[in-house]
Design a protein around this ligand. Structure first.
Ligand code: HEC
Ligand code: HEC
Length: 511
């Protein structure tokens, strides 16, 4: 098929060492969480009713403890998670967070703002699918669904001032699609394991030899620079590139700030909807003072995480597209070096997906004795090869000649889940496996053609972009045509929970 199978030479050039970049104050995403960490036991299933005096019904009355979810087959958990993803949460469910910000910190209740909808700092939507809707729930989003990262920490909450360019104050991001994301999470976990093992062996040999030992950090053919271990067990990470100094690959969000779907989901539920999960905010507590507690149980979060992880991997669709041109475009894409960062496929050692990630931090469930597992072949991953066109590494692809992707404000900086500031000009190599139907493009979604998204590349991508610009018009169009074939598949409507996942039609791609 179209897949160009290449020996993966990850020549992702010239990464900037973190120490070389000024790091203004960063607001850690998890900063305020510890205040509410009164971890209690999970609850068992229950049916919610509205608080007294609110004569309506919750949008999601049924809640599940982890024990119940663990006993359900994948198709059933997927259907429950899908339903949760599209639920328009309301006040009876606990939507809104009048007394807390999107990070979970206390905020000044502001009656003028109302507790519920606040476009910039959120909560701004009723459901996850309010943004992740293209081509269907779990997918990408249009410009109007953009998020203003870090505005969630604002207190008082940020108001929309229409005559001010609020995207220059906040870090504007366009909605990403989650199709195939179970495989993405597992790639990240396996790469983390590799890098941390390389670090550990350097420490061991430095201790044994009494001399400093430098190792190249390499996983799945992707180079993350080098690290030096000293005989006293300390490490120098100045030459580490494209990943935080803790060597944990964070494959989620445009900047590569989150390690797992579950971590992202718990954060998004609170930020976007004011729905607090017990695993982060405690059992029987009501930190946001909306008169509803136990808003989402561990089993509820597992189901919505599994829904995302089990969404089918993107496919190659040549419907309405000239096949020969697309095949030619895939070759040109390789020839001009796009594959240096957009690696056509990365191999998985294991095709088993299990939630939770054992490396989930405090505030996200991480008890692997209660894991929910399934095989990624059910999402269309064949031969453990994940054709996502990324290296899961951060790069700088802008400079003074090509400033477009440098459009972040100088400060504040977004921090990763482990609180490392991510330089403003660094972004994770975008996955291109859904490029065909995930527009608009770029981290802000402010580019409406694939051609513009390509020709905006500079920085580390200068060499490849210049080669692209030197191509004939028809070769450039062939590359664009090739990228249009990479698409999220359309699921049949109304998933019938009695249909086995592997019998879904259309069958996820034949990769
Ligand atoms: C207001 C729009 C909006 C809503 C509502 C929303 N998201 Fe997102 N989502 C985004 C944007 C924008 C991004 C990219 C964020 C970034 O790069 O920092 C994103 C990214 C993600 C990612 C990372 C995907 C990847 O491949 O890196 C996950 C997972 C996710 N969202 C899950 C959810 C879940 C679960 C919900 C509901 C609880 C939700 N989102 C609600 C806009 C939204
Ligand atoms: C040095 C690494 C690197 C090289 C080489 C590179 N890219 Fe990218 N590419 C990226 C990064 C990083 C992003 C994400 C930019 C952002 O988030 O705004 C990206 C984004 C994109 C996007 C936008 C995707 C989206 O969903 O918004 C397209 C399309 C793309 N690249 C195509 C190409 C093509 C075609 C080539 C070869 C001419 C190429 N890239 C070469 C790193 C690279």
């Amino acid at each position: 098929m179209l897949r160009t199978s290449l020996a993966i030479a990850a020549l992702c050039l010239l990464g900037f060492p973190f120490s070389a970049i000024a790091q203004p104050l960063a607001i850690p995403p998890n900063e305020a969480i510890s205040a509410h960490m009164e971890k209690g036991p999970d609850l068992s299933d229950f049916v919610r009713t509205c608080p007294p005096g609110l004569n309506d019904t919750p949008a999601m009355p049924q809640h599940y403890g982890q024990a119940t979810i663990l006993n359900m087959p994948l198709n059933r958990v997927f259907a429950i998670g899908q339903q949760t993803f599209i639920t328009n949460f309301n006040a009876c469910d606990g939507a809104g967070r009048p007394a807390t910000t999107g990070t979970g910190a206390e905020r000044t209740p502001d009656p003028a703002m109302g507790p519920r909808f606040t476009r910039v700092s959120a909560p701004e939507t009723s459901s996850c699918a309010g943004c992740h809707s293209q081509p269907q729930p779990g997918g990408a989003g249009d410009f109007v669904a953009n998020v203003f990262v870090l505005a969630q920490a604002a207190d008082p909450v940020s108001r929309i001032i229409l005559n001010e360019d609020f995207s220059n104050t906040w870090l504007e991001r366009n909605t990403l699609g989650m199709f195939g994301s179970g495989a993405i999470e597992m790639l990240g976990r396996e790469m983390t394991t590799d890098l941390q093992a390389e670090q550990q062996s350097a420490i061991t040999s430095a201790e044994a030899s009494g001399a400093s030992v430098t190792v190249n950090l390499l996983s799945k053919g992707v180079s993350f620079g080098a690290l030096t271990a000293n005989p006293d067990g300390s490490v120098n990470t100045d030459a580490v590139v494209g990943v935080d100094p803790d060597l944990v690959i964070k494959p989620f969000s445009r900047k590569g700030a989150f390690r797992s779907l579950r971590e992202f989901t718990v954060t998004a539920m609170n930020q976007h909807h004011g729905m607090q999960a017990v695993e982060r905010f405690g059992v029987g507590t009501d930190p946001d003072e909306d008169s509803v507690d136990n808003e989402l149980l561990i089993g509820d979060i597992t189901a919505v995480t599994i829904f995302q992880a089990a969404l089918p991997a993107p496919i190659v669709s040549t419907q309405g597209i000239d096949r020969a041109t697309a095949v030619h475009g895939a070759h040109v894409f390789n020839e001009v070096g796009c594959t240096g960062c957009h690696i056509p496929s990365l191999p998985l050692k294991s095709s088993q997906f299990c939630d939770p990630d054992p490396q989930n931090l405090a505030g996200t469930f991480n008890d692997t004795s209660q894991s929910y597992c399934f095989n990624l072949s059910q999402t269309g991953i064949r031969g453990n090869s994940v054709a996502a066109y990324t290296d899961l590494k951060r790069h700088v692809i802008c400079d003074s000649n090509k400033p477009h992707y440098c459009n972040e404000p100088a400060s504040p900086l977004q921090a990763s889940d482990s609180n490392y500031a991510i330089p403003g000009n660094q972004f994770l190599t975008a996955k291109l496996w859904d490029t065909g139907n995930s527009g608009p493009w770029g981290h802000r979604g402010d580019l409406d053609t694939i051609y513009a998204a390509i020709t905006a590349h500079g920085g580390e991508a200068t060499n490849s972009e210049s080669q692209f610009e030197a191509l004939s018009n028809s070769d450039q169009l062939a590359v664009v045509t090739f990228l249009k074939t990479l698409q999220m598949p359309i699921l049949p409507p109304n998933q019938d929970p009695n249909v086995n996942m592997s019998n879904r039609n259309p069958v996820p791609n034949g990769r």
